[in-house]
Design a protein around this ligand. Sequence first.
Ligand SMILES: Cc1ncc(COP(=O)(O)O)c(C=O)c1O
Length: 442
Amino acid sequence: MSVATSAPTVSLEDAYERFFPSSLAHYQAALDYFPNGVTHDGRYMKPFPVYIDRADGAHKWDVDGHKLIDYWMGHGALLLGHGRKEVVDAVTEQAGRGMHYGACHELEIKWADLVSRLVPAAERVRFVSSGTEATLMAIRLARTYTGRRKIVKFKGHYHGWHDNVMDGVGSDHPLPGVLKEVFETLITLPPNDLNHVEETLKTDHDVACLILEPTGELFGGTPLDSGFLNGLRELTTRYGVVFILDEVVTGFRCAPGGAQAYYGIEPDLCTLAKVLAGGMNGGAVVGTKDIMDLLEIRPDPEWQRKMKMPHYGTFNASPLSAAAGIAALEIVETGEDIIIANDLAELLRNQLSEVLQSHKLEEWHVYGAFSGVKISYSEDRSLSRRGNLDLIHSIRQGWLLNGVDMSGVDGLTSSAHTVRDVAHTAEAFDATLSSLKRDHLI
Ligand SMILES: Cc1ncc(COP(=O)(O)O)c(C=O)c1O
């Protein structure tokens, strides 16, 4: 593993610029095309992001040839690591048989069968292309089913980037480009406050659905109190509100059947993506027959006009995604890879905590659950992700200079990581904190 050996007088940012010259050249080229030079807000970083050339197992290699331990894991899609043989073989074989049939095919049935076997709520399945599309569909279904307009979500919970679910600027302004009328249908509540939820559902009879991430914002960023999920299930049933678990991340990371199987909570609808498609693009909405059947085309014109939810999508259940998804879920089904990833995350959390103790950074702490690892640099955990972007970029520079690619304060393990990777990561954290201190950034 390459580790930067910079003279103590060189700042973290200068060392970074010197260490990744080919990435800098790529970034300069990218600036001619992409706003900020990037294709995803999360990939933006100062002074420039690293460019990756290839990946295998738990590692990626950048365009300058540095080996990096990866904790992005395809934005969470790669529970099994990069290039898991069964998945690669399935995709390769399928690519030779046809990338897109523009037709029904056997693999979509096999994929749906696995999802139905694993996920308790999956009485009916419909595939889409991403998690964003999945929550869009679930919300539209809930509105059609109930004839109501509003959505209840929780502060900081992320459900994709479509207009219905974007937190506003502050509490009462929609994001630029989001219609005020749409924003007014979004009720954002603090997590872990069942009384507040009950008061809202009792007084506002226009709530169609309640959606949440079942382990708290951003896979456990603000963990949920025990009893909160059960309480929500009970309240939504009582007030006739569609209960949607957004399991885009938790789906196949908490347990083969997702957080709903782990906690024993059955939602009315559930959204899936990421691990579902084994690293390819794909998503799904699953749920009860009476809601999901609103997708049915029926000969009754009244039904078509009033109830039928139209649904298209060029890449729904694409054969390549189905092939990858089947291969991945057949492995997930045993539960073994989830346990490996969870155990490694726990080991990593413990080792990073020890590093923090040795640096006597009392406001910082490491936490997380399942295969998630979170670092907070202030008592207010949510502030650590949204607060000081400059510090997060400096932390990322430190990680990368020391052979680790993590989104600053958030990481995900896979079953391809090893105890050795964890030990290297702890050393990288130690070196990163030392550099941050030396540069008076912390
Ligand atoms: C809980 C959750 N829901 C929805 C989404 C959106 O999924 P996608 O990025 O596939 O559109 C994400 C993405 O990170 C997510 O974490």
